[in-house]
Write a new protein. Structure first.
Lengths: 282, 285
């Protein structure tokens, strides 16, 4: 069972919810937490574990054999991403634009292109108690998160209860992170930004046909707009976390909510039971 | 012409609230919202009118079943798992066109997709260039580049000397697209472990692309110890801390009232943002 924790807007509390959900479960439950926010992986800051394993993640990029190359221009013609430019006597490769599709090397009439691996980041892993943890970390200056998210998700053990911390936004990294999930939890806040970006995130979940529910973080007196929206769209509000300085302080120190304020453990366990029920009803 | 971008690495640190206040304080500028996934600045600047244009970008493969001989070559060459049973999974398709190139019976065409919309809006604070990527689309970096290009060409036409951009969270493609070639990056952080961790990463991106940076510590009093740690880090990295803004619910109240906080209520937050703006102006000169 895979549950992803997403939001359109950043900073609404995805990591808080994902870590507390994973930590709230019984020790009998086999849990796995994946941090797929590879541009800014933060979940490990809240976990008491060492990252003991590391795998380099590479993407294939073309390398031109100038001895064989006739500068015919075919590779640049077929590249949809402008990652190759053919000059009179030289081919320029822009590896950070390359999506690694392999078309150029396959279609080169002179077989002058080979692919080499280029590292874009690492996947790191560790374990603590009943939890396995993996995170992707994109190298600074690298553009493309999706291949690294894919590599992180290769570590999913389907027999475990898997939670995925998803990057903010609505575009390709989000799609890569939440696709294949049985349920998507959308974390939002009761502000015009929270509402606007929740609606965008719902659009992505629906596009991927993944059932979703809402966690309303920093809830208070201004909840009605978000709650009205959820009612209209028939999306359940599964948990509310109030705006509270004690919660904010624990978060600032890297203490998971269910550890810092243990009375929150039961609401998170209930949240998990609700999600499981909804998945089995689906 | 000068370009300022406000970034943070971590989302939700207060970029858009600060940019909206800059919009109220700055003269002769154009605003650009470079967060095309979740553009929120227009919610505070409330455009009076705007032009809307389609953004066609990227391509998606499509298989003509009449022509297809089910040879399977397309599926064999596709590295994105986008071809199942001789039809294209349009979400998985990256638009590389490899299948289109190799199909022996030319049964595959590449079709442009409507990836989003871009807008040029008139607000009481000046022009706002912004955009909206459609759900689950690619090419946010290209759309960010277009938002900046639109802002630049209008600034040139109108003789305006400054572009203030609200940047996206993260460090990847849209962030790099919003950062490359700007004159100054203002990095808004918060004194949480996540905020510090993400600040160090976005500082790395600024260094990598040679963009000078300033730091603003927002909600500085939620953890004084972490605030001191950020200040020490900035000294070591030789980055100036331009402002420390205390936590105050007035920021959320202003947001709910859909107003820049400096216009919503006078107080310490408004005062600090005013000082921050003067600091940024000095750094841009």
């Amino acid at each position: 069972m895979i549950v992803s924790v997403a939001s359109g807007k950043g900073g609404t509390g995805k990591t808080l919810v994902a870590t507390s959900l994973a930590l709230s479960l019984d020790s009998a439950e086999e849990v796995e937490l994946l941090d797929c926010d590879v541009e800014e992986p933060n979940a490990h800051l809240f976990l008491d574990l060492k990252l003991t394993k590391s795998w380099n993640v590479c993407v294939p990029v073309p390398e031109i054999n100038e001895l064989k190359c006739t500068h015919c221009g075919k590779c640049a013609d077929v590249c949809a991403f402008n990652a190759l430019a053919v000059l009179e006597k030289k081919v320029l490769v822009f590896p950070e634009l390359c999506h690694g599709c392999g078309a150029c090397s396959y279609l080169c009439p002179e077989a002058a292109i080979v692919e080499r691996d280029r590292e874009i980041g690492v996947v790191e892993g560790g374990a603590s108690g009943n939890m396995l943890f993996f995170q992707g970390k994109l190298t600074i200056g690298e553009m493309m998160a999706p291949p690294l998210i894919k590599a992180t998700k290769k570590h999913i053990d389907k027999d475990r209860m898997v939670f995925i911390d998803v990057p903010p936004g609505t575009s390709c990294p989000v799609v890569e992170a939440i696709s294949g999930s049985d349920f998507c939890l959308l974390v939002t806040e009761p502000t015009p930004f929270g509402l606007n970006d929740l609606a965008l995130a719902v659009g992505v979940a629906r596009e991927l046909q993944i059932p979703c529910g809402v966690v309303l973080n920093r809830s208070g007196t201004e909840n009605s707009a978000v709650e009205d929206y959820c009612r209209q769209e028939d999306i359940p509000v599964l948990l509310k976390i109030p705006l509270d300085m004690e919660i904010a302080r624990a978060y600032s120190r890297g203490i998971p909510l269910v550890r810092g304020i243990p009375s929150w453990r039961e609401p998170f366990r209930q949240l998990f039971r609700d999600i499981r029920q909804r998945i089995s009803d689906n | 012409m000068k370009e300022l971008v406000v970034l943070s690495g971590k989302g939700g640190t207060g970029k858009t609230s600060i940019v909206a206040s800059f919009a109220a304080l700055a003269r002769d500028k154009i605003l650009a919202d470079c967060d095309v996934d979740a553009a929120d600045l227009y919610l505070l600047l409330r455009p009076d009118e705007e032009e809307k244009h389609e953004f066609w970008s990227g391509q998606v493969a499509s298989i003509d079943r009449e022509r297809c001989t089910q040879c399977g070559l397309c599926r064999q060459v596709c590295r994105f798992g986008a071809i199942n049973e001789y039809s294209v999974d349009t979400i998985a398709c990256e638009g590389c066109g490899f299948c289109y190139q190799v199909c022996p019976v030319k049964a595959i065409t590449m079709e442009a997709s409507l990836a989003g919309y871009w807008f040029m809006a008139k607000t009481r604070y000046g022009y706002l260039s912004h955009a909206r990527l459609r759900a689950a689309q690619e090419n946010s970096g290209k759309l960010v580049a277009l938002v900046r290009e639109n802002a630049r060409s209008l600034a040139q036409k109108e003789g305006l000397g400054l572009i203030i951009s609200d940047g996206p969270p993260g460090t990847g493609c849209p962030v790099i697209s919003s950062l490359s070639g700007v004159d100054l990056a203002l990095l808004v952080t918060e004194p949480t472990l996540s905020g510090i961790h993400d600040l160090t990463r976005i500082v790395g991106v600024c260094r990598r692309f040679g963009v000078p940076a300033l730091v603003c510590i927002n909600k500085c009093d939620i953890n004084e110890e972490n605030t001191r740690e950020i200040e020490h880090y900035c000294i070591e990295e030789e980055i100036r801390v331009a402002a420390k803004i205390p936590f105050d619910n007035v920021v959320t109240e202003a947001l709910v009232a859909r107003m820049p906080v400096v216009e919503y209520r006078d107080g310490q937050v408004a005062h600090e943002i005013n000082n921050l703006w003067r600091f940024v102006l000095g750094a841009l000169k």
